[in-house]
Design a protein around this ligand. Structure first.
Ligand code: ADP
Length: 526
C-alpha cells in the first residue's frame, strides 16, 4: 500500500461557493428550502469556506436586511424579458441589475440580493396575494440564474469568482445549463456545479414560447436536454447538466429513481445515479433548542422534562382548547398540501375525533384542504383547532407543547419538523418515506428494548394505517415510562449541520473532479 498518498490538487480545503436559492430564512421562507439556505451556508462558513448566498431582493427580504448596501451593477447578456409579457420594456431594468449586500443575521455569511423590477412586488416568492402563481415565474427565476452565471464567470466588478456554484431546486436549474454553454465556448474554466433537489414535485415546467422568450439556446430543445413532454423544465436542466446532483436524504435519492417519485424523470435520474447522492439535512441547533428557545412558554431539557407541560397548557390556551394535562395533544405544522398527507388525516378524522385526543394544526396551502379542515373544527371545536397562515413562533410552541407530531407525508425529501420534534421530545408520527424513514426509528418492542426507538412509523399511505399509528401512539402515551424513554431517545439524537456540511464539502470536491471528465450523454452544438 502506498502510504504517501497525496491529495489531488483539485480538492483544496477552502472553496469559494456561490449558493443560489429562491428562499433564505429569515428574509424569505415558504418551507424547508429557506431553512437549509440559512443553516448550510452557516455550517460551511464554520468549516472556513468562503460562501456567499445569492437570492432575489424581494421587498419583504430587503425590509428585514440590516446595513444593506448596493455593491455592484451587473449587465446581463440578455435583451430583457418584460417585453415578452406584453409589458413595456423598461430600459435598464432587467438587462442590468443591482447587487445589494447584507449579512445573514447572527453570522458572517454574506448575502447578495438581486434588485430588479421582476422581484419588486408583495406576496410570497412564488405567489401573489390571492395565492396564484406569478405568471412570470419563469422570467423571474431565469434572471436569478443569469445573474449567478455572470458572477460565476467573473464578469462583474465584484472581484469574487466562485469555484463552485451550488443551485437549489428548479428556480436555480438553469445555472448548470448556462455554465455548460460557457465551458464550451470560453477558454476560462467555468466553476463546478452542484444541484440539490429539495423537492422533485416542483419542476419549473413552461412552454416552448416561454423557452424562446427566455433567450435560451434553441439547440437545448431536445428531449435529452431541456425539452419535457412538449414543454421544458428548469429542474431537468439542473439534472442533466450539473456536475453533481444530490437530494436531501439517502432514501429520497433512491425513491426519485422510481416512476412513482421521479415525475417522468426517473430514467434520467437512474442514468445519472453515479453522480446522484443523498445528504441528510441538519437543523439549526441554536434556533431549535428547547433549553434556550425564547418563543416557547417554558424552557426544558432532558433534565427538566417536566417543564414541557407548561408549553402544553400554553398551546391549549392559544388554541382555546380545554386544558387537559393527560389528553394526548397532536401537533402539525405544514404546508397544507397533498404531499403532506393532509387528505389521509381528513379521511381518518371521524375515527380520530371519536377518541380522546386533541389536535392543533398550523399551516396554509390548498384551499379545499383548508376548508375541509375548517369544517372539522366547526364540528369539534373542543378537539381540533387550526390556525391558517405562517407563524414562526407558534411553530416553535407547537413543537414544544404537543405530545406527538403528525407527519403522514405521501413523500418527504427530508422533512425538518420531525427533526425539530425529536429535539423537543415530541414524538413524531411519520410515514416511512424519504427523510422520515431515514431519521425516525419505530417504537417496536425490539427498538424500545434497545433504546433506539424515537417515534411511530407507519407504511401505507392510507387513512386506516394512520389511525393504527395514532392508536399505537396513544397506547405508548399511557405508559409514562415508555413515553419518557421515547422522548429522551429522540432528544439525544444528533442532527447538527456540521456532519452534513462536511459531506457537502466532499461533494464539492467530487464536482470539481467531475467538471473535467464529465461528458454529457449528448453533445450540444452551441
Ligand atoms: P417543506 O419544505 O416540504 O415545506 P419541511 O419539513 O422540510 O417541509 O420544512 C418546513 C419548514 O417550514 C419547517 O421549518 C416548518 O416549521 C416551516 N413551516 C411550514 N409551514 C409553516 C407555518 N404555517 N408557519 C410556520 N412555519 C411553517
Amino acid at each position: 500500500m502506498n502510504s504517501k498518498k497525496t491529495k489531488t490538487p483539485l480538492l483544496k480545503e477552502k472553496y469559494k461557493i456561490l449558493f443560489v436559492s429562491s428562499e433564505l430564512h429569515p428574509f424569505a421562507k415558504t418551507g424547508g428550502l429557506g431553512d437549509v439556505s440559512n443553516s448550510l451556508p452557516k455550517a460551511l462558513k464554520a468549516l472556513h469556506q468562503d460562501i456567499i448566498v445569492l437570492i432575489p431582493a424581494y421587498p419583504f427580504a430587503i425590509k428585514k436586511a440590516e446595513s444593506i448596501k448596493c455593491i455592484a451593477k451587473i449587465d446581463l447578456p440578455i435583451k430583457g424579458f418584460p417585453g415578452h409579457l406584453g409589458l413595456p420594456v423598461i430600459e435598464g431594468k432587467t438587462n442590468s441589475v443591482s447587487i445589494m449586500e447584507t449579512k445573514l443575521p447572527g453570522s458572517h455569511v454574506k448575502v447578495w440580493m438581486i434588485e430588479s423590477e421582476l422581484y419588486n412586488r408583495s406576496g410570497t416568492p412564488y405567489f401573489d396575494a390571492d395565492g396564484m402563481e406569478w405568471e412570470d415565474n419563469d422570467f423571474r427565476f431565469a434572471l436569478l440564474n443569469y445573474v449567478a452565471v455572470e458572477i460565476a464567470m467573473g464578469r462583474t466588478s465584484l472581484k469574487w469568482q466562485p469555484d463552485i456554484v451550488h443551485g437549489n431546486d428548479w428556480q436555480a436549474g438553469l445555472v448548470g445549463v448556462l455554465l455548460e454553454h460557457e465551458h464550451s465556448t470560453k477558454k476560462n474554466m467555468r466553476p463546478a456545479t452542484v444541484f440539490t433537489i429539495h423537492n422533485m414535485a416542483h419542476m419549473g415546467v413552461f412552454s416552448r414560447e416561454r423557452f424562446d422568450a427566455l433567450e435560451l439556446n434553441p439547440h437545448l430543445w431536445n428531449h435529452h436536454e431541456l425539452e419535457f413532454h412538449d414543454d421544458f423544465s428548469f429542474i431537468k436542466g439542473g439534472l442533466v447538466f450539473s456536475d453533481r446532483v444530490n437530494t436531501v436524504s439517502p432514501s429520497y435519492a433512491k425513491e426519485i429513481q422510481s416512476e412513482e417519485f421521479g415525475y417522468g424523470l426517473s430514467g434520467l435520474l437512474s442514468y445519472r445515479s453515479e453522480r446522484l447522492s443523498g445528504i441528510l439535512n441538519g437543523i439549526d441547533m441554536k434556533e431549535w433548542n428547547p433549553a434556550k428557545d425564547t418563543m416557547i412558554k417554558k424552557n426544558y431539557s432532558i433534565k427538566t422534562l417536566a417543564n414541557k407541560a407548561s408549553n402544553k397548557s400554553a398551546l391549549q390556551k392559544h388554541f382555546n382548547l380545554p386544558k387537559r394535562k393527560n389528553t394526548l395533544l397532536l401537533g402539525m405544522v405544514a404546508r397544507l398540501v397533498y404531499q403532506k398527507g393532509v387528505d389521509l388525516l381528513l379521511e381518518s378524522m371521524d375515527d380520530i375525533l371519536d377518541l380522546p385526543f386533541q389536535i392543533v394544526i398550523l399551516g396554509s396551502g390548498d384551499l379545499e384542504l383548508e376548508s375541509r379542515l375548517r369544517q372539522w373544527v366547526n364540528r369539534y371545536p373542543e378537539k381540533i383547532q387550526i390556525q391558517l397562515g405562517y407563524d414562526e413562533s407558534l411553530s416553535h410552541l407547537i413543537e414544544a407543547g404537543a405530545d406527538a407530531f403528525l407527519m403522514p407525508s405521501r413523500f418527504e425529501p427530508c422533512g425538518l419538523n420531525q427533526l425539530y420534534s425529536l429535539r423537543y421530545g415530541t414524538i413524531p408520527i411519520v410515514r416511512k418515506t424519504g427523510g422520515l424513514a431515514d431519521t425516525v426509528t419505530h417504537a417496536s418492542e425490539e427498538n424500545l428494548a434497545d433504546n433506539t426507538a424515537t417515534g411511530v412509523v407507519f407504511h401505507e399511505a392510507e387513512g386506516s394505517t394512520l389511525i393504527d399509528a395514532i392508536n399505537l401512539t396513544s397506547l405508548l402515551y399511557q405508559n409514562k415510562d415508555v413515553w419518557k424513554k421515547l422522548m429522551i431517545n429522540g432528544m439525544k439524537q444528533e442532527f447538527s449541520w456540521k456532519e452534513s456540511a462536511k459531506q457537502y464539502l466532499k461533494l464539492y470536491g467530487q464536482a470539481i473532479k467531475d467538471r473535467n471528465k464529465f461528458k454529457k450523454h449528448t453533445s450540444v452544438t452551441l
